[in-house]
Design a protein around this ligand. Structure first.
Ligand SMILES: NC(=O)c1ccc[n+]([C@@H]2O[C@H](COP(=O)([O-])OP(=O)(O)OC[C@H]3O[C@@H](n4cnc5c(N)ncnc54)[C@H](OP(=O)(O)O)[C@@H]3O)[C@@H](O)[C@H]2O)c1
Length: 242
């Protein structure tokens, strides 16, 4: 897909990977970028970057009314990047309640699915286009210390496979992105820099990749999973604090 000239909506753009994605898409020549954000007051210098090519959209992906509003406003997009996500940093059994697990599912799975459902007709009307779902390497193997995040991302992984099949007939390409740890507010000190992840993602859009493992950690672990899935499961299980 051509990034140059694309009309894009990215969610969760006020910080982290989403913020870097906006810069990378802008530099790659995207014609228009809708920047989804829960609170436009938090947009920072994005708000004044280039009002001809960047437009803010108030969008909480757990709010169906705001999603419907965004689908009506951003009816010219041919690229949807579902980047917004949360990590409650909680285990499954050791957590005080299932509240964090529920919030992660509501955001990372149901929120992303609701976005895909709302924008599928928009993308069909605009020639097919592409959906990119930013998941996590932890969709493929559990890191039990944050097990509820992993389960929500695993749901996103199988959802992404399902919608890829459902939307093939309308010519919509669906990409899963599964990064390892990335140095953002979500994982301070993470191995990869968000700018490098964004750059790899933009190239993968051009190349029409289906499953992208950006960064060295993601590539290393995904290759380990292909060779010996159980060995990787046991390695990650050992990181659970005793
Ligand atoms: N960092 C990592 O190590 C890592 C690894 C693998 C995958 N990922 C994934 O990469 C994506 C981006 O993460 P990040 O590292 O950039 O995290 P981040 O710095 O914490 O940023 C998360 C972004 O998502 C937004 N967001 C959260 N809930 C939302 C909602 N309900 N509706 C709309 N926006 C919402 C946040 O907005 P507010 O500012 O309003 O909260 C923020 O803009 C996430 O899907 C994450 O799971 C991250």
């Amino acid at each position: 897909m051509n990034v140059e000239g694309a009309t894009v909506l990215v969610t969760g753009t006020n910080r982290g990977i989403g913020r870097c994605l906006v810069d990378a898409l802008y530099d790659a020549g995207a014609e228009k970028i809708y920047v989804g954000v829960r609170d436009v007051a938090k947009l920072g210098n994005l708000a004044s970057k280039d009002s001809d090519r960047i437009a803010a959209v108030t969008l909480d992906i757990t709010n169906p009314d705001q999603i419907a509003g965004a689908a009506a406003t951003c009816d010219d997009i041919n690229l949807l990047i579902n980047n917004a996500g949360i990590n409650s940093n909680t285990p499954l059994i050791g957590a005080d309640s299932v509240d964090n697990a529920r919030a992660e599912v509501e955001t990372n799975y149901i929120g992303t699915l609701t976005m895909c459902r709302a924008f599928a007709p928009v993308l069909a009307a605009n020639g097919g286009g592409m959906i990119v779902n930013v998941l996590s390497l932890l969709a493929r193997v559990s890191l039990p210390a944050i097990g509820s995040l992993c389960a929500s991302k695993a749901a996103g992984w199988l959802m992404t496979q399902g919608i890829r099949a459902e939307l093939a007939a309308q010519g919509t390409h669906v990409m899963a992105v599964l990064p390892g740890s990335v140095d953002t507010d979500m994982t301070p000190g993470g191995e990869a820099k968000p700018g490098a992840i964004a750059a790899e993602l933009v190239q993968a859009i051009r190349d029409g990749v289906e499953d992208l493992y950006p960064g060295d950690m993601a590539k290393r672990v995904s290759s380990g999973l292909a060779q010996d899935r159980k060995a990787v499961e046991k390695e990650f299980a050992a990181y659970l604090p005793k």
